[in-house]
Design a protein around this ligand. Structure first.
Ligand code: CP
Ligand code: NVA
Length: 334
């Protein structure tokens, strides 16, 4: 398997075999890290991390992975560079391509990572756009495989706002890998029809399936994985909160939902999560709407079924695998 020089913009661009290769590679480097065996054949290389939106996991995962690999990193946040303000994405990409070996981008439209990839001439990794979050998918699939020992045939139910980056990406990942994807929420929150049609083709090949339902009982019955995400994503206007809370409260992941799923079902969330009032936004919504949590109850979040911190850790190992697979090793390294 040779993915050198490839971009990592969406899992749509990867075959099931390539995705499984990246998950296997991540499992391998995870084990090496646990055993203290270095994977640092990338000394002398440098990567730039562009974050137009905030991040804890993705930024830290890229930085730790890159440093483990012997590489240097430059972090550029929403302010402080010329990108987009005095310099176009195309020009920025050509400048970065002359200095760096790889670019991570987190921000808004998918067309921005595509432009960075087109003009920079070096591998570009999507660290989240409005449309896709592919590095999160590798971490989630590794976590599911670690827990159940397989991916094929797993039933993953996504509760809530399924038409944004997480719902879209999980539908692609599941249908590529022979899993059963269920979007459970009001129909205006389903992934767009074009993407559903494409993923139905993936499912037909892989033996997976897609179900779109507004019925919580039927949708979550016999789920292996119950997955959710915030109801208003980064970059969306604050005015969305009232309607989302109104529309999606019925799709909150509660103890009853987990009970209905079955005793072996696990809970997953890409994080950050509103499971209590210990955040500024959580507190504000708590005061405005008289609620104590949003997409998941604190009980489920803190339960033994919750694998959210395994997922968070796996972000680092999987991002390392993506960089290893797409970058050439340093010349002359042992
Ligand atoms: N899951 C995830 O991408 O988290 P961050 O926003 O903290 O990077
Ligand atoms: N849907 C969320 C995912 C965060 C990792 C967002 O875009 O804010």
């Amino acid at each position: 398997m040779n993915l050198k020089g490839r971009n990592f913009l969406t899992l749509k661009d990867f075959t099931p075999e390539e995705i499984l290769y990246l998950i296997d590679l991540a499992a391998e480097v995870k084990e090496k890290k646990k055993k203290g065996i270095p994977v640092d054949h990338y000394r002398g290389k440098n990567v730039v991390l562009l974050f137009e939106k905030d991040s804890t996991r993705t930024r830290c995962a890229f930085e730790v992975a890159a440093h483990d690999m012997g590489m240097g990193t430059t972090y550029i946040g929403a302010t402080g560079s010329q990108m987009g303000k005095k310099e176009s994405i195309e020009d920025t990409a050509r400048v970065l391509g002359r200095m760096y070996d790889g670019i991570e981008y987190r921000g808004y439209g998918q067309e921005i990572v595509e432009a960075l990839a087109k003009y920079s001439g070096i591998p570009v990794w999507n660290g989240l756009t409005n449309d896709y979050h592919p590095t999160q998918m590798l971490a989630d699939m590794l976590t599911i495989r670690e827990h159940f020992g397989r991916l094929k045939g797993i039933r993953l139910v996504y509760m809530g706002d399924a038409g944004y980056n997480m719902g879209n990406s999980l539908m692609v990942a599941c249908t590529k890998l022979g899993m059963h994807f269920v979007a459970c929420g009001p129909d205006e929150y389903y992934p767009n029809e074009e993407l559903v049609a494409l993923c139905k083709e993936y499912a037909a090949e892989s033996g997976g399936s897609i179900t779109l339902t507004d019925d919580v009982q039927a949708g979550t019955k016999n789920a292996d994985v119950v997955y959710t995400d915030v109801w208003v994503s980064m970059g969306e206007p604050d005015e969305k909160w009232a309607k989302r809370i109104h529309d999606l409260t019925a799709y909150k992941v509660t103890g009853e939902v987990m009970e209905n799923a079955g005793e072996n079902a696990i809970f997953m969330h890409c994080l950050p999560a509103f499971h209590d009032l210990k955040t500024t936004i959580g507190k504000e919504m708590g005061e405005r709407f008289g609620i104590t949590e949003m997409e998941v109850t604190d009980e489920v979040f803190e339960s033994a079924r919750s694998k959210v911190f395994d997922e968070a850790e796996n972000r680092m190992h999987t991002i390392k695998a993506v960089m290893m697979a797409t970058l050439e090793e340093s010349k002359g390294s042992d």
